[in-house]
Design a protein around this ligand. Sequence first.
Ligand code: KG4
Ligand code: ZN
Length: 359
Amino acid sequence: MTVILGVETSCDETAASVVVDGREIRSNVVASQVDLHAQYGGVFPELASRAHSESIYLVIGEALHRAGISLQEIDAIAVTQGPGLAGSLVVGVNMAKGLALGSELPLIGINHLEGHIYSLWLSPPEYSFLPDPIEAVKRWVAIEFPVIVLIVSGGHTELLLMTGHGEYKRLGGTIDDAAGEAFDKVGRLLGLPYPGGPSIQKAAEAGNPQAFELPRVWLRGDHGETNYDFSFSGLKTAVLRTLQNLDPTYKPDTPLHPDIPVADLAASFQAAVVEVLVGKTIRAAEEFDATEILIAGGVSANAALRAAMIERAKRPVRVPPLNLCTDNAAMIAAAGYYRYVTGERSNLEFDVLPSWPLT
Ligand code: KG4
Ligand code: ZN
């Protein structure tokens, strides 16, 4: 039995978790700062690092307490080293270093994106293609590579080919806004509460996804073929133009004219994002003959994205449970487990890596 304590402070959630053998969550504590940042319509970096400082000690103590485990029973500490906000990362990393030093435990610095991927190993997936739960668990335990991974979060949109544990080839990613960032920015344009992702999903439930024709940006490579990169900033501008056409007096961050069809706009925007994400992911899965499609990161909570991927993919689609889509430390502990068992250890002199690519 290998017990890993995970610590995550890359953005606006202070999180700690105890995970056994990379799969079994014994505790998963997340102190969210969403309310703190909502008034700014986005994460305010200095406030984020100060809030991490205030809560990190309590959050780690609570994670150990809820797991009923002492530091002496932990095998290693896994901490997010990057990418993320430097001032936020430093709080978790320094706390983890102090704990590792004081308790003589090994420490492993984890890439936050790899953490999102390993959120998919934390609970048996519910596969649309494998209704038999025993088959699903078998596949969960012994996944067959290669798989295609789509990471869609507030900071990243990455399409990867995963050929083994810790082995990734980057196929493409966003060239401007991340998918979650686009949801957040459009949510703000539509006067919806922060964060925009869940607000847009909720508003879209009452809307018509075909009400507005918004652009699908497929991007072409040198030879005219569609590539695996994404671009969402034009879509955001298209929503802004549509708002301005509907109401020439429209100004962002001021109350919307009551006649603006917010639900239709939200549904049309969501459909445009989902169509491109699903189209490119499925094409990659076909090209590389993937056994499964894995989706992770905050936007993988999106119901329209999940439904469209499951409906269109001719292979199993793995999605995390909703509480593991957004930032948490269980995923960091799970990723830490796979690195720990291969003998990987970090020394205590590493720095945070705010823009650490996964590949
Ligand atoms: O993974 P995450 O917690 O943080 C980063 O690593 O960035 O992702 C947060 C992002 C936010 O942009 C939020 O709007 C988006 O995930 N999000 C969603 C949904 N829930 C969270 N986007 C679309 N639909 C959702 N249901
Ligand atoms: Zn994240």
